[in-house]
Design a protein around this ligand. Structure first.
Ligand SMILES: [Zn+2]
Length: 372
């Protein structure tokens, strides 16, 4: 004879041996029984099988009585079983899970990455940066052709600016990388920051600024923006974020995660880039303001380059059309590949909001920047 007894943890199962009257009943605690699950609220199965693990199993034909006894003994169906029986519960759990994953992706990973980045040593960043720059030097980058005295002139102003960074602008307390400026050619007008403090500026950027009649404050502003990327440790945060995302998705989704996390990493890279650019812009505005330097020239430089790129693209398209070529494979695409793909933050990542950024820089005030 089978009995069910309520206990605080849920019903326990009691077996009364009928063949030996008076013998002590055998009690199975709630955890010792693999309770059968219901799959439908309306249809009971013909037979219920209760697994007693090492002690065999029970087959119960009186399923209605079994369920009534279970309910009387205080059995509460678990969430999994309720999901099986009631589709609104299943739907609600699915929606909650989707919302949780979305929130984790949008807010959880960047937050976790920002916190974890504190524990990434500076030496790790500098060796990563050395490798990256070496690879770029073996690839597209060429040595600078700027005269040595011009390089020294700009480097002196860069060093001065770096020293003027007020403690209030430090994003990570105690993080003080040695900021160095490097010159390269072989790339379009641009500047980018490597993790750990190396900022690279291209000859073309210096040339464009001169062609537009802008003074060196334009270039210094761009360098202030790059120092912002260094201080906020954006590259490191991105890398840590991808790690967090991979681990998080792995925990949430199990084996299918390898495919999904790769896609997720790609998405993170694109989605948060704009946010990082904004942080670097705010940093530049604050630092330039602190050093009593104007940000308008860098805004003008940004606009000039953006328009120049558009013009070049239009020209290339017009030429291609004149030759009767198709749009596919136009040279402008390969030329514009941002260095961000090589794991660095460039000043001119492909922004849809370049004009907005340039306007804010020209005014020296961005509404989204927190007051320093
Ligand atoms: Zn940037």
């Amino acid at each position: 004879m089978v009995g069910l007894q309520p206990t605080p943890k849920g019903p326990s199962l009691v077996l009364h041996p009928m063949a030996a009257p008076g013998a002590a009943p055998r009690v199975f605690t709630h955890d010792q029984v693999a309770w059968p699950q219901a799959w439908s609220a309306h249809r009971s199965p013909r037979r219920v099988v209760v697994d007693l693990r090492d002690h065999g199993s029970l087959e119960i034909d009186a399923t209605a009585q079994w369920h009534a006894a279970l309910a009387a003994a205080g059995a509460r169906p678990g969430l999994a079983q309720r999901m099986q029986i009631h589709w609104p519960v299943l739907l609600a759990v699915a929606v909650a899970a989707a919302v949780a994953v979305a929130l984790f992706y949008r807010f959880g990973t960047p937050w976790a990455a920002t916190q974890l980045t504190r524990y990434v040593p500076l030496s790790w960043e500098t060796s990563l940066a050395e490798n990256a720059l070496q690879q770029m030097d073996e690839g597209t980058l060429k040595p600078s052709k700027l005269p040595a005295e011009r390089q020294a002139q700009l480097r002196a102003r860069f060093d001065q600016l770096a020293q003027q960074t007020p403690p209030a602008l430090q994003r990570y307390r105690g993080y003080a990388p040695r900021l160095t400026l490097a010159f390269r050619s072989g790339m379009d007008a641009n500047a980018f920051a490597l993790p750990g403090g190396t900022v690279v500026m291209t000859d073309a950027l210096v040339r464009v600024a001169a062609e537009k009649g802008l003074d060196d404050n334009a270039l210094i502003g761009v360098l202030a923006h790059e120092i912002g990327h260094v201080a906020h440790r954006h590259t490191t945060r991105m890398l840590v974020e991808q790690g967090v995302l991979n681990v998080g998705l792995g925990l949430a989704l199990g084996d299918v995660s390898s495919v999904l996390s790769t896609g997720g990493s790609l998405l993170t890279g694109l989605a948060y880039r704009r946010n990082h650019e904004r942080e670097a812009d705010c940093f530049a505005i604050a630092l330039m303001g602190h050093a009593a330097l104007p940000t308008a020239p860098m805004g003008q430089l940004l606009l000039a380059i953006a328009h120049g790129e558009e013009d070049a693209q239009e020209k290339a398209e017009a030429q291609a059309q004149a030759k009767g070529e198709t749009k596919a494979g136009k040279p402008a695409d390969t030329k514009r590949a941002p260095p961000g793909e090589q794991g660095v933050w460039s000043w001119l990542s492909s922004h849809p909001d370049t004009v907005e950024r340039a306007t804010e820089l020209e005014r020296g005030h961005a509404p989204r920047c927190a007051a320093p």
